[in-house]
Design a protein around this ligand. Structure first.
Ligand code: DX5
Ligand code: ZN
Length: 221
């Protein structure tokens, strides 16, 4: 069973980022939430920060872009060394062309859906992406409650993947805990972002390991 646990450093101590990264050395990817106070009402990291995180940690970077005008800005994150860059379909005008530019740089590319955005909006372009991110909170902040209403979307994406033989990963982000990861894995997700459930504990790597075990036990993959 291949599942991935990607801790979100949105819940880490930004003043001690190198030390915070060393707490999750068993993570599959570091999830980096890039926010611009425009697409979402919060402000976090930019490209220079991503470049420093890349230089500080050997763990691959999973950049989640929550910014306006992603067609302009997204490829720069791949150039800074991110192994994966996820776009929000709501903030792109040409997601397929932008995806191709990211792939040409050598990174994986994902497409994200806010809770109110149906999978139908991207079904025709889904095969251009390496990862579909189903948001299980409204993007912007860590520590929110998992929206079980999104599980049907996860099932729909998983059914599409099975029936078309496509190979993208299905990621969920927001409110993932030892309880909710079970539901998401059963619905068909294989890649899990967890912020407060990892960084809110004393032993972050143990939290990663526990989440991974529960996800494996409930995954269909
Ligand atoms: C929310 C971010 C998430 C956030 C998750 O907009 O995309 O990645 O860090 O935090 P938790 O796991 O605490 O919900
Ligand atoms: Zn995120």
């Amino acid at each position: 069973m291949t599942v991935r646990i990607n801790p979100s450093i949105l819940s880490a101590d930004f003043a001690n980022i190198a030390q915070e990264l060393s707490r999750i050395d068993n993570a599959d990817f570091v999830h980096v939430d890039v926010m611009d106070n425009h697409f979402v009402p919060n402000l976090t990291f930019g490209p220079q920060m991503v470049e420093r995180i890349k230089a500080t940690s050997p763990i691959p970077l999973d950049v989640h872009l929550m910014i306006a005008d992603q067609d302009t800005w997204a490829p720069g994150y791949a150039e800074q060394g991110a192994e994966s860059v996820t776009l929000h379909v709501e903030a792109t005008t040409d997601p397929v062309a932008t995806a191709q530019r990211i792939r040409d740089i050598g990174a994986r590319v994902g497409i994200a859906l806010k809770p109110g955005t149906p999978f139908a909006d991207i079904v025709d372009i889904a095969h251009h992406f390496d990862q579909i991110l189903v948001m299980t909170v409204e993007p912007g902040f860590g520590g929110q409650a998992f929206m079980e209403s999104q599980l049907n979307k996860v099932r729909e994406v998983a059914a599409f993947r099975a029936s078309t033989g496509t190979e993208f990963w299905i990621q969920v982000d927001g409110g993932v805990t030892e309880q909710t990861i079970e539901l998401a894995a059963e619905a068909g997700a294989d890649t899990f972002v967890a912020g407060s459930a990892v960084y809110g504990t004393d032993n972050a790597s143990l939290a990663v390991e526990n989440l991974r075990k529960i996800a494996r036990d409930h995954s269909h993959r």
